[in-house]
Design a protein around this ligand. Structure first.
Ligand SMILES: Cc1cc2nc3c(=O)[nH]c(=O)nc-3n(C[C@H](O)[C@H](O)[C@H](O)COP(=O)(O)OP(=O)(O)OC[C@H]3O[C@@H](n4cnc5c(N)ncnc54)[C@H](O)[C@@H]3O)c2cc1C
Length: 375
């Protein structure tokens, strides 16, 4: 894969677009698209070449998520989580874990998800409350994760749990078929992102040996900060920038196509021109910031973290603002689902509440810019 963004756009046209409407209407996980993501190689985008993948990094992750989200936010979000989980295995997983999981992705089209949030800790997902009991090499887990995107569809779930030393964390991988693991798919009633299957995961006496722990004992906190944060936050910035760009495309096309009886179009009206200009400004700024943040992150530049946090906040807010303006351009047709605008506006609202939420990230950004520690 040489031009991931363009290949992602081409893929989306053939394999995402046909399912997008149904994904939302029936809250249907985009299963057909995920089969195609496997066939066309996107599931192994970040898997190292030695395991049969493309060995790409943060920039290509952002490009793929952006390209997909310019057609379907929900599909892009599910895909984004998979890439983040792959990165944790790649950077901290044992050789055994890499061989097992990467082979399953490359040869069997399996994909991954993140089971981090809990009802109690909410957006502060890095403070999990599930219980762990260690006996010899085995750990037994009990508790519940609250919103697991791709729940029941993904084959491997990353689970954050308290580690042995007080205040430390472990990052585990739970295979779907593990005894004691179950899901509540009907619980997903999201305003938007309706195809995500973001459902609770029940963990009842799940027992795993230490080969399922990612990295050394107590290294989960480092993984959250050094791997999950850059890939997840940049990925979210890409998803919501793509949502905004999609709104621009829909609104500008509608303004040109919608004709009045005198032959003039909506696009001839100055107020509409201003709205379209504002939608484009917001969307393009978010997209540019996201791509620049990914570039800075991939190059390990000193200000990369600030750029990543800022891009994510800008992208989340831009998506909602673009949706508000796109509804004005679309008028009654958009309101009455004659255009996909209302779906995108509903999708956009997830951006500000997903952990780490836009409010929390704004505080973190201020801390980073003034040389203070963030959790
Ligand atoms: C579409 C979607 C998909 C998701 N997928 C996943 C997934 O795959 N895996 C996963 O683990 N989780 C997932 N989540 C869960 C998500 O990341 C959050 O953990 C969850 O939304 C928190 O909800 P809550 O009501 O408990 O938030 P609360 O913690 O109750 O927070 C409520 C509000 O208060 C604000 N707030 C809380 N603390 C602070 C603070 N210190 N400073 C400023 N503001 C604060 C928050 O911004 C939030 O808006 C998903 C959520 C959504 C919407």
């Amino acid at each position: 894969m040489n031009n991931v963004y363009q290949e992602g756009k081409d893929f989306a046209k053939s394999y995402i677009l046909p399912y997008t409407e149904l994904t939302d209407k029936e809250s249907k996980f985009p299963e057909e698209t995920f089969k195609a993501l496997d066939k066309k190689g996107f599931l192994k985008l970040l898997v190292p070449e030695e395991y049969g993948g493309f060995g790409k990094g943060l920039e290509e992750h952002a490009q793929a998520c952006l390209a997909f989200s310019e057609t379907c936010s929900t599909t892009a979000l599910c895909y984004m989580m998979h890439n983040v989980a792959v990165m944790c295995i790649l950077t901290h997983g044992s050789d055994e874990l890499k061989r097992k999981i990467f082979t399953d992705i490359v040869e069997n089209g399996k994909f991954m998800a993140l089971a981090y949030s809990e009802i109690g800790s909410g957006v502060h997902f890095y403070k999990p409350e599930i219980s762990t009991e260690v006996i010899g090499d085995n750990t037994t887990f009990n508790g519940k994760k609250s919103m697991v995107t791709s729940g029941t569809y993904a084959s491997y779930y990353l689970v954050l749990a308290p580690a042995v030393a007080e205040g430390t964390l472990n990052n585990w991988v739970f295979p779907l078929e593990t005894e004691g693991l179950s899901f509540e798919p009907s619980n997903w009633q999201g305003l938007g992102m309706r195809g995500n299957s973001s459902c609770p995961m029940k963990i009842e006496n799940v027992t795993l040996d230490s080969t399922y722990r990612i990295g050394a004992e107590g290294s989960g906190g480092d993984q959250v900060f050094n791997v999950v944060a850059p890939f997840f936050i940049t990925g979210l910035a890409a998803v919501y920038s793509g949502t905004s760009m999609h709104m621009f495309e829909i609104s500008s096309n509608h303004a040109m196509d919608r004709k009045y009886p005198d032959g003039s179009s909506l696009a001839h009206i100055e107020t509409i021109q201003i709205h379209i200009g504002d939608i484009y400004k917001n969307a393009a700024a978010a997209k540019a910031m996201t791509l620049e943040a990914a570039r800075a992150g991939a190059s390990g530049e000193a200000d990369a973290l600030a750029k990543i946090l800022a891009a994510r906040v800008v992208a989340s807010e831009a998506a909602i603002e673009c949706g508000r303006l796109a509804m004005r351009v679309g008028g009654g047709k958009a309101y009455n689902k004659g255009l996909p605008t209302e779906r995108l506006l509903r999708d956009a609202y997830a951006g500000q509440v997903m952990a780490p939420s836009a409010d929390i990230l704004t505080v973190w950004l201020g801390k980073v810019l003034t040389d203070q520690m963030i959790p």
